[in-house]
Design a protein around this ligand. Structure first.
Ligand code: UTP
Length: 274
């Protein structure tokens, strides 16, 4: 039902310098597949085949990845290497891709606003590809959330319990439990100190958003460093109507950090090769 999925992918990825000096963080491979390809597979599994990517300077390889490479494909045609491209070929056949550029990196909220031109006036999924989510043997996290959207018709954010000493890295929520894994959000704080956090439920990089989020981000004042966050807009949405937090099934790796990226690599390598 939801067809579009937004991938904000314009950030500088400074935690991975120098690797990200000229290469997008989203193109870093976990084993042999770039992070963004895992994200697009997850979107596709949720029925979202219109892939909308917010890019920035130096990110052209993202567009090349989701396009044919005639010379290479001709070169390996008929060899045992041909099968290595079958997954990406199938993605290219099944999805449409559109791109827009964020000119100044003014934060996630600003990246989402930049993507409005691709999304228009409809609900959409959103994937931050540096969070790698895997649910072995079951539906992906975005597919789980798309099902919930059918029921509740409001914005949904994926949350995960994190240790108290890590809450300062996340947007943290609290609210009324509808069920074991579903919370109607009443409170949301961006990167709180451990003692100020309303819970240890942290928002991770999977969202379903209703399009009124764009106007709400528009009205959000820039915070530290001139960055526009998405948390204030989500909180306004929660106050006006309803935003759900969903404790998803599966594992999430913070591939925006070196430790999380290595952990994901080891996990995927073990699943593929042992
Ligand atoms: P992060 O803050 O994790 O990514 O943003 P970053 O800024 O690229 O990484 P570091 O902290 O410097 O290492 C979360 C997501 O939002 C996107 C990023 O690409 C990432 O997917 N983003 C962030 C944008 O698209 N634009 C921005 O201005 C900021």
């Amino acid at each position: 039902m939801i067809k579009k999925c937004l991938f904000p992918a314009a950030g500088y990825g400074t935690r991975f310098l120098p690797a990200t000096k000229s290469m997008p963080k989203e193109m870093m491979p976990v084993v042999s597949k770039p992070l963004i390809e895992y994200g697009v597979e997850e979107a596709l599994q949720a029925g979202m085949s219109d892939i909308c990517i917010v890019t920035g300077r130096g990110k052209r390889s993202l567009e090349d990845h989701f396009d044919v490479n005639y010379e290479l494909e001709h070169q390996i045609s008929g060899t045992d290497k041909e099968s290595l491209l079958s997954d990406i070929r199938s993605i290219i056949d099944r999805c449409s891709f559109s791109y827009t550029r964020q000119r100044e990196m003014k934060g996630l909220g600003h990246a989402v606003l930049t993507g409005q031109t691709l999304i228009g006036d409809q609900p959409f999924g959103m994937v931050l590809a540096d969070d790698l989510c895997i649910n072995p043997g079951g539906p992906g996290v975005l597919a789980q959330m798309a099902l919930l959207y059918k029921q509740f018709r409001c914005s949904i954010v994926a949350v995960q319990e994190v240790p108290r000493d890590e809450v300062h890295k996340y947007g943290v929520i609290a609210g009324q439990h509808i069920s074991e894994d579903l919370i109607r959000i009443e409170q949301m704080v961006e990167k709180p100190a451990a003692e100020d956090a309303p819970s240890n439920l942290a928002i991770i990089g999977r969202y379903i958003l209703t399009p009124d989020i764009f106007d709400l981000i528009h009205d959000t004042q820039p915070g530290k460093g001139g960055e526009i966050q998405i948390t204030d807009a989500l909180m306004a949405q929660a106050q006006r109507g309803c935003v759900m937090a969903y404790k998803f099934k599966g594992r999430r790796f913070d591939c925006g950090s070196i430790a999380g990226f290595i952990e994901a690599t080891n996990y995927c390598y073990d699943r593929l090769y042992s």
